[in-house]
Design a protein around this ligand. Structure first.
Ligand code: XLS
Ligand code: NI
Ligand code: NI
Length: 437
């Protein structure tokens, strides 16, 4: 039985369309800068919010109406839900999806049972993938919901919990490989602290690194060649998450010899929780060669927690696409909608409206960014701003031909630095606006 009998395949109808169940900007086959929109954006639907989220908040349970069972239920329920999930993704026309082990299959009474459940559902997922051509962007393991993870997983004070988490990730890696997953993400669910009086931070960080090394080793052993990602987030659920932002993650990876094995999966709402813009996080990662994938969503500026809303802001998507294209686009990652509909949007069709809006906002962002890049004014301004480094003293500093001593001699002769020019922030903001309307 179809889950969405009233919704047909979502089509591109162009910017003038008034059909709210059609794309106005996302035209999968349209070529932008020599690549189709499909290949630029690599949209992905998340299993957790979209097929398991009921809309609960701290004041009450969720009230989402879904054609599938939202609670864990049996393996049979999970298999039925998988069919409906693929119906949704196929009608939406997203080429990818992503999941945690426990999103797709119910946890059993013990590890062996949980693994068996996962295998049974993975078999069905594989069939749906083969039938529809929808691919797995990345897999991951839920190392934060079960009470055993109360003090974290890889950073738990309890070594047995570390061992359980390792076994769970081992299995999740095998399943991800089996399903042809193009990546595997580590989000440090409860890897952080609530209170430093009871925390040995150094030991916890050492353990986290050990855990990631074990994952890398095991991937090699089984021939899983997908990209590993670490997903920065500064807080929630813990007061301080160790993977707090892009810069902290890159430092951690380099400090523990993991820099060749992981890239970052950046999320907009996590960036804002860290006091950064998404563009800041993308520039931080991109400039250091760590830009892997993005979890597309947005927060609410009046609420201030990880509300994971669908992105509709064209400034945000334009900035994301400008940064992404500057660093050469996705190699393995994609635009993954780690986003959920509001508790009040409880009808099944709201899932379509939410994803259509997010996809259209990113497609428009892509076109706007491409237009800005084609004109080249912004890039030229930046190039010009640094022109003192292209020749003369600047070029000599960059190429290592100068020292403090020689620079003192140079300045003693000059007497004063050449005059600075305006940063022209307002002019550039106006320039960007020109492409938006
Ligand atoms: C939570 C994270 C999570 C990861 C996957 O805030 O965004 O959903 O993306 O574990
Ligand atoms: Ni995320
Ligand atoms: Ni989040």
């Amino acid at each position: 039985m179809p889950a969405f009998p009233d919704v047909q395949k979502i089509r591109y109808e162009g910017p003038r369309s008034k059909n709210l169940l059609a794309f106005r900007h996302y035209n999968a086959d349209e070529v932008v800068e020599g690549k189709t929109m499909r290949d630029h954006l690599r949209f992905s639907v998340v299993y957790w919010h979209t097929f398991r989220g009921a809309g609960a908040d701290p004041f009450g349970p969720g009230c989402a109406v879904r054609p599938w069972k939202l609670s864990d239920g049996t393996v049979g329920d999970a298999i039925e839900r998988a069919g409906m999930a693929f119906e949704f993704i196929e009608k939406l026309g997203a080429p990818y999806y992503a999941f945690h082990d426990r999103d797709v299959a119910p946890e059993g009474a013990n590890l062996a049972e949980s693994n068996k459940n996962l295998d049974a559902v993975a078999k069905v997922l594989k069939e749906h993938q083969d039938r529809t051509g929808i691919k797995l962007l990345w897999g991951t393991a839920n190392l934060f919901s079960n009470p055993r993870y109360v003090h974290g997983a890889a950073t738990s004070c309890n070594a047995d919990v570390f061992a359980f988490a390792a076994a769970q990730v081992k299995k999740a890696l095998e399943v991800t490989k089996e399903l042809g997953g193009e990546g595997y993400t580590f989000w440090g669910g409860r890897e952080g602290y609530q209170n430093l009086y009871n925390t040995d931070m150094k030991r916890e960080l050492d353990h986290l690194a050990k855990f990631l090394h074990m994952a890398v080793d095991y991937a090699k052993e089984i021939g899983f060649t997908g990209q590993f990602y670490i997903e920065p987030k500064p807080k929630e659920p813990t007061k301080h998450q160790y993977d707090s932002d892009a810069a902290a993650c890159i430092n951690f990876l380099r400090a523990y010899g993991l820099e060749k094995h992981l890239k970052l999966n950046l999320e907009t709402n996590h960036a804002t929780l860290a006091g950064h813009s998404m563009m800041h996080e993308m520039e931080t990662a991109g400039s250091q060669g760590y830009l892997g994938s993005i979890d597309a969503n947005t927060g609410d500026e009046l609420l201030g927690w990880d509300t994971d809303q669908f992105p509709t802001n064209l400034y945000l998507t334009t900035q994301c696409m400008l940064s992404l294209m500057k660093y050469g686009g996705f190699k393995t990652g994609g635009v993954n909608f780690d986003a959920k509909v509001r508790r009040e949007s409880f009808e099944p069709v709201d899932l379509f409206h939410a994803h259509i809006g997010g996809m259209d906002a990113f497609a428009a962002g892509l076109k706007i960014a491409a237009a800005i890049r084609a004109e080249g004014e912004l890039a030229k301004f930046v190039q010009d701003r640094y022109r003192s480094w292209d020749t003369g003293i600047g070029a000599e500093i960059e190429s290592g031909k100068q020292s403090f001593k020689s620079l003192e001699a140079y300045m003693l002769k000059q007497g004063e630095a050449a005059a600075c020019t305006s940063g022209r922030q307002e002019m550039l903001e106006n320039l960007v606006n020109r492409y938006l309307y």
